[in-house]
Design a protein around this ligand. Structure first.
Ligand code: BJ8
Length: 424
């Protein structure tokens, strides 16, 4: 990576902290990703994006800013990228997957807060996240209580915070509420950018995001093959990159990789051996660099064939209908698409359990590993009913509760190995 020290200083990063983070990240990436065997060549691009995630990509975002675009950071797949693009802005994900500055964090948040929330606080307090610092607007959303209440504190740390309300049920009032919130978001972006949402710009935004989601869906579908043509770790990395990379370039690269995977499938080769145990991971999102559990799972010889997660199929499945002929009609189509996201903050949430079973069937999985971040009430509460329903259907399932620390690695390995032995 070139020397970006000046850029990082201009963004207000703490160089010592940031170097320490990059060193850890680089080490983890080398040992987890670069030691994998039989990786598709197309992963070279994603390795490069990862290596430049804090360098060249940030430089690109700053160049976009210099050319008049605004950068919008967010923490949830409910924040509509179609609208962000339509108003001449760029969307970046801010969820973080590593512990940082935990002592500082625990001065402002209760200890029993989930790692994902603590992590983005740590990244802010430790001044190590260039995406947060480069964002012109940071959107927080009212989903779980942890995020909702922590944003009251976080909003005092960032000058450019915007709160989006979201429904918690899918009753008759949910869609009008979501539409209302999306309309207010449009007004906010119009006011920030001086741009006006038009039919053409919104249609273009929808087309760009639909193309990205279709490419990711194509990737998901290819993982149904036996042997799976790509490891779960690599597929997760691509899903993580979907929140950072330029969407048009990303789509091209995912499609190019899928072309290669089709050849791999035709030659009956794959990332793991034929008949390797196949699992679906289901639960909380895994933000970069949260690779702990997938690395443990795949180190047993098993292969992850799908992620029922917002950084995965829950967040990316379903495209937006593009047949409306007015701006209002397109906004309705976006609302229709987003209201289907089956996050555990909704009650009831039978759609999610149905989707997990659908994924087991579509990807020929042998079992499900339910992943809940410690203190995440929505997903841990829901894991009990997920487990019950899957067991009733004869689908092996294990519930794992963990955080971002490395302390439980041994215990997790033992539990995962035992589960993989059972589903073999
Ligand atoms: S749509 S999953 S991205 S809210 S892990 S912070 S739920 S206590 S992340 Fe999410 Fe949007 Fe839902 Fe998806 Fe709270 Fe749980 Fe922490 Fe979580």
């Amino acid at each position: 990576m070139a020397d970006y020290t000046q850029m990082w200083s201009e963004l207000g990063l703490d160089n010592d902290n940031h170097n320490a983070l990059l060193e850890n990240l680089g080490g983890a990436y080398q040992s987890i990703f670069m030691t994998q065997k039989s990786r598709p060549q197309g992963m070279g691009y994603f390795d490069f994006v990862m290596s430049e995630a804090h360098g060249l990509r940030i430089q690109e975002l700053r160049d976009e800013q210099a050319a008049g675009r605004k950068i919008i950071g967010s923490f949830c797949v409910f924040v509509p990228e179609e609208i962000i693009l339509a108003l001449g802005c760029t969307s970046v994900g801010l969820c973080a997957g590593a512990d940082f500055a935990q002592e500082e964090v625990e001065k402002v948040l209760p200890r029993n807060t989930c790692s994902l929330i603590k992590s983005f606080f740590g990244f802010k307090l430790g001044k190590v996240c260039p995406y947060m610092e480069v964002s012109d607007l940071i959107v927080g959303e009212n989903t779980c209580d942890g995020k909702k209440k922590s944003f009251e504190i976080y909003s005092q740390m960032v000058p450019n915070f915007y709160q989006m309300d979201l429904p918690q049920t899918k009753n008759g009032g949910a869609k009008p509420m979501l539409k209302n919130e999306f309309t207010a978001f449009i007004s906010k972006l119009e006011q920030m950018t001086g741009n006006t949402l038009t039919f053409e710009s919104l249609k273009q935004g929808i087309d760009t995001v639909n193309a990205k989601r279709k490419a990711l869906l194509r990737l998901s579908n290819l993982r149904a093959a036996n042997p799976a043509p790509i490891s779960g770790l690599d597929a997760l990395l691509i899903n993580q990159m979907a929140f950072l990379d330029n969407p048009i370039r990303f789509t091209e690269k995912v499609n190019a990789l899928c072309d290669e995977l089709e050849t791999i499938i035709a030659s009956k080769e794959g990332a793991k051996t034929v008949n390797a145990p196949r699992v679906i991971i289901s639960g909380c999102p895994m933000a970069i660099p949260n690779w702990k559990l997938p690395a443990i799972i795949e180190s047993t010889g098993a292969v992850i064939v799908g992620e029922e997660s917002c950084i995965g199929e829950r967040g990316q499945r379903n495209v937006t209908a593009d047949t409306a002929t007015t701006v209002d009609g397109l906004i309705d189509a976006i609302v229709d698409r987003y209201i289907n996201i089956d996050c555990a903050v909704f009650t009831p949430n039978q759609e999610r359990v149905d989707h997990i079973q659908e994924m087991v069937k579509n990807y020929n999985a042998d079992g499900v590993i339910h992943y809940g971040l410690q203190f995440c009430q929505p997903y841990i509460m829901e894991s009990f009913s997920v487990e019950k329903e899957l067991e009733n259907k004869g689908i092996p399932v294990i519930r794992i509760e963990t955080d971002y620390s490395q302390e439980d690695m041994g215990q997790l390995s033992t539990r995962v190995e035992a589960f993989i032995e059972i589903i073999k």
